[in-house]
Design a protein around this ligand. Structure first.
Ligand code: ZN
Length: 241
C-alpha cells in the first residue's frame, strides 16, 4: 500500500516535470512565431469590451495601478490582441483601460513609468503556466522597447536580432490546467512504464502460467518454481512460457 502511494507520488512528480518541460517548449518554440505571423484567433479593437478575470486582477493589484473588481467589463482604449495556438497564448495589453462602470483608469505604471503588458500562457493540452512582462511604453513598439519588469516568469536572452526581447518562460502555475496536464502526463508515463509488465502478467494468468516467472501453475497455491502466490489450477498442466 505504502509503495503504491509512493509510486503514484513519483508518477505525479514526473508528470509535473513533463508538464513544465512541455509548457516551456511550446512557449520557446511558438511564442514569437505566434507574434511574427499574427496568428490571432481573436482580436479586440478599440471599442470592444472584455472582462477582467481574477488572474489579471490579482496581477494588476500588485502594481501601483488602481485595479477595479474582477468580472468588470473593460474597454481597452487602444488595442489588444490575443494569439492562441501550439500550446501558447500571448496577449498584449495597452496601458489605457476604461471601465464601463467607473470610467477611464490611469495608465498602468511601474514606479512612475507607463508600461504596456504582455501576458504569456503556455502548456499542452491545457495552458498550465503564465507570466507577465511589462514594457516601457514611452520608448516605442514591442520590437524596439526595453523590458521594464518581468512578473512570474523567466526571461531568456534574445535569440536573434529580429526581436529586441527574449522568450518569456511562464513560471506561475494556472492550477486547473496544471492539475489536468500533470495527471495527463502521469497517466502516459504509467502506461509507458507499467503497462507492458501488467499486460505480460495478464497474458501469463490467462495461459495458466505463474504471473511472476512464467512457469506453469500446478495444483498448489504457490508457484513450484519461484514460490509466489498463484491461483491453483485443476486438471492437466499444459502450455509453456
Ligand atoms: Zn513462479
Amino acid at each position: 500500500m505504502k509503495s503504491r502511494v509512493a509510486k503514484v507520488c513519483l508518477l505525479l512528480l514526473l508528470g509535473a516535470i513533463v508538464n513544465v518541460a512541455v509548457a516551456w517548449w511550446c512557449v520557446r518554440r511558438f511564442e514569437q512565431h505566434l507574434q511574427a505571423n499574427d496568428r490571432s484567433v481573436y482580436t479586440f479593437g478599440p471599442d470592444q469590451a472584455v472582462t477582467i478575470d481574477a488572474q489579471e486582477h490579482s496581477v494588476l493589484l500588485s502594481l501601483d495601478w488602481k485595479a477595479p473588481q474582477s468580472g468588470e467589463f473593460f474597454t481597452y482604449v487602444t488595442e489588444r490582441a490575443d494569439c492562441i495556438g501550439h500550446g501558447c497564448k500571448v496577449g498584449f495589453y495597452t496601458e489605457r483601460w476604461q471601465s464601463a462602470k467607473t470610467g477611464p483608469h490611469p495608465p498602468i505604471r511601474f514606479a512612475g513609468v507607463p508600461v504596456f503588458a504582455q501576458h504569456v500562457e503556455g502548456g499542452w493540452p491545457c495552458r498550465s503556466f503564465d507570466a507577465y512582462r511589462f514594457f516601457n511604453s514611452r520608448q516605442g513598439t514591442y520590437f524596439s522597447t526595453t523590458v521594464h519588469r518581468v512578473v512570474r516568469g523567466i526571461e531568456l536572452a534574445p535569440k536573434n536580432s529580429t526581436f529586441a526581447v527574449g522568450v518569456l518562460l511562464p513560471a506561475h502555475p494556472l492550477w486547473p490546467g496544471f492539475a489536468v496536464n500533470t495527471i495527463f502526463y502521469a497517466v502516459i508515463l504509467w502506461l509507458l512504464c507499467a503497462a507492458p509488465g501488467r499486460v505480460r502478467r495478464w497474458r501469463r494468468i490467462a495461459r495458466g502460467l505463474c504471473p511472476a516467472c512464467g512457469y506453469p501453475v500446478g495444483e498448489r497455491d504457490l508457484c513450484s518454481e519461484c514460490g509466489s502466490a498463484v491461483k491453483p489450477r485443476r486438471g492437466k498442466l499444459e502450455g509453456s512460457a
